[in-house]
Design a protein around this ligand. Sequence first.
Ligand code: PHB
Length: 400
Amino acid sequence: MSDKILKVSRRTLLSGAAGAAALTVTPRLFSPAIAQNAPLKVGLMLPYTGTYAKLGQFIDSGFKLFAEQKGGKLGGRAIEFVQVDDESKPEAATDNMNRLVGREKVDLVVGTVHSGVAMAMVKVARDTNTMMIIPNAGANDATGPMCAPNIFRTSFSNWQTTFPAGKVLVDAGIKNVVTITWRYTAGAEMMGGFTENFTKHGGKVVEDLTLPFPEVEFQALITRIATLRPDAVFSFFAGGGAVKFVKDYAAAGLNKSIPLYGAGFLTDGTLQAQGEAANGIKTTLHYADNLDNPANLAFLKAFKAKTGQDGDIYAVQGFDAAALFDIGLTAVGGDAKARDKMIAAMGAAKIDSPRGPLSFNKAHNPIQNIYLREVRNGRNEMVSIAQANVDDPARGCKLA
Ligand code: PHB
């Protein structure tokens, strides 16, 4: 794996006189006062290639946008980045994380997108007591049995995004559903959350269809859906895979006869590539493009100005990861070693997020609204709040 770390890139966010001052600091080993001014090292362990590449890039840009808005600092400390491409490969995750923690000695790890990779990172973060913020991966266990004081999540639990959809579909008169997803933690847990609530309200899942991550040969499964003729399909795919699935579903003509629903990742950050094929798809997620709150309007404008692209949920989650760390560091005057106080401030944080109000439960998972959205005119427009202030049950988490 040593070739992987060679691909690590470094960048320090420095601005103006403060940045120049940080650059000139050298004797950090000998003076605690000066050490306070040295840049903090943030490890960004994200997918920069593969089916989740755009997701990783948008998290990265969102995090950096927030830091730039704070003059290149978080909690008054200049920030230096170390980036690792985790390629969404769980088998490489422990080595990548160990190098960030052991060799690079980062002060915070921000990562990642893929639930399997994130769980390997969580194990290392627990063993080494490294501060970690998960800016996407929804693995329920990260804020369940594997919860820890030093681990936070600014995204969602997999359960949280789809549980509300179970009732949405029953309320729409849908009685039986086929589910379809990738065969790994995120897919299984999102279908689990949906099925729990759908069956509780009297719905029936007639078949669960899966294929290995990150495969995109959907044809045989789409044929199976056409044969089963359910009232609706409920799905989770994301990134490049979501683009292809939505297009294949429409190309088979099924979008005209069997409504496609899903976790909002199916249509987030993907609409430009999906085009007409995505029209009318309804999903549940903790974000919608047209949320009309000042934080979202300002965020979308700034993100567009920085990147030339439209912000999405991944960019929001990266932005909020930086906001959360900023709150923690500010509470300790930038002294990341004052760990308990920093963690307490992060746990109590109330963030005015582009997604709406964001706070955290005892397991450090977000408490947030889950919106029902529909794709209209190339945007994920909010239809309603599917469920307000959704709090993951944090099953198995021992934190008080
Ligand atoms: C996950 O693996 O947890 C995951 C990946 C991509 C998403 C959402 C969840 O869009």
